[in-house]
Design a protein around this ligand. Sequence first.
Ligand code: MG
Length: 373
Amino acid sequence: MTKQNAAVSEADSGINMAAPPAAVSNSTVFSQKPPAAPGGYISISSKKILKNLDVNGAQRINSWVESMRGSSPTHIKSTPHSLTEDHSSWMVDHPSALEMFEQIIEASKGKQIVMFLDYDGTLSPIVDDPDRAFMSDKMRATVKKLAKCFPTAIVSGRCRDKVYSFVKLAELYYAGSHGMDIKGPTGGSKYKKGGQAGILFQPASEYLPMIDEVYKELVEKTKSIPRAKVENNRFCVSVHFRCVDEKKWIELAQQVKSVLKEYPKLRLSQGRKVFEIRPTIKWDKGKALEFLLESLGFANCTNVFPVYIGDDRTDEDAFKILRDRGQGFGILVSKFPKDTSASYSLQEPSEVMDFLQRLVNSKRLSYMGRTRM
Ligand SMILES: [Mg+2]
């Protein structure tokens, strides 16, 4: 594998159609950051992407397709020495949260830990069929124990009902549709006095009819592309191209473009082999994190310690919020170096589970220590 491929592997970054072709050249992406949105993650408005598609036509689309080819795990054949070096230096800046566990516990002492967990690629493996991204029973049991120890929220790009159907734990907070659909635990939260079931917050509710309309149009438009999957996430729409033949990616991108040009109030970003179409409102996973902290009563607290674990570019908004607040930290789930505001790293969901289990054990030990005194 070339350094170039390593750099874009799993690089669920914003669409680089607007970036110079160098983004897919032999230069390292680590030293050449793509344009970042003010929110911290790469999110280019659909208008800008579409403009680039128009202005630069096939060349831009081809550059993007090349970038996407590099991001396919099937292209990862070997690990050259240069990549190992890159990974080692990245790990110095983003050490394993498992290896740093004792230091993390020390930093959280006397503070209320609040857990925020992305779903896909964090609690469940990334799979070809998004409808089959199941979490293991063992992971579910671990998250259940975690929620007994700390307030716990799932923050996902998926629609809330869908992510709930995977997680199936009523005691959690859920922030679906990239945080645009937030609901507290069924029956209220034990962590919040007067906590009530029901919707807590839906900042983009006025967009619902538009999202529904664009979803139907995208389904119709992409019918001709085998294995393209359009997912209605209620407040946003995902167009998955993980299973689409690479020869059809250009056509698919053009189809998405032709639908979105009629919707200037929607923007387009890119996750891991997926287009995300969502309202232009300034709301993201980072804003959802702040909202949840506030609704738990930690708005101006200094003794709160939020931990956010995620694998996607869209999780960077939350990592950045934690950095800016100087509270808690983010953990990026990735096997490869990525540009991130997270402080620590974990390689895959199995490591996430180990980390969560150790948090539970640590809480139980400290409780036992207190009751013995
Ligand atoms: Mg994810």
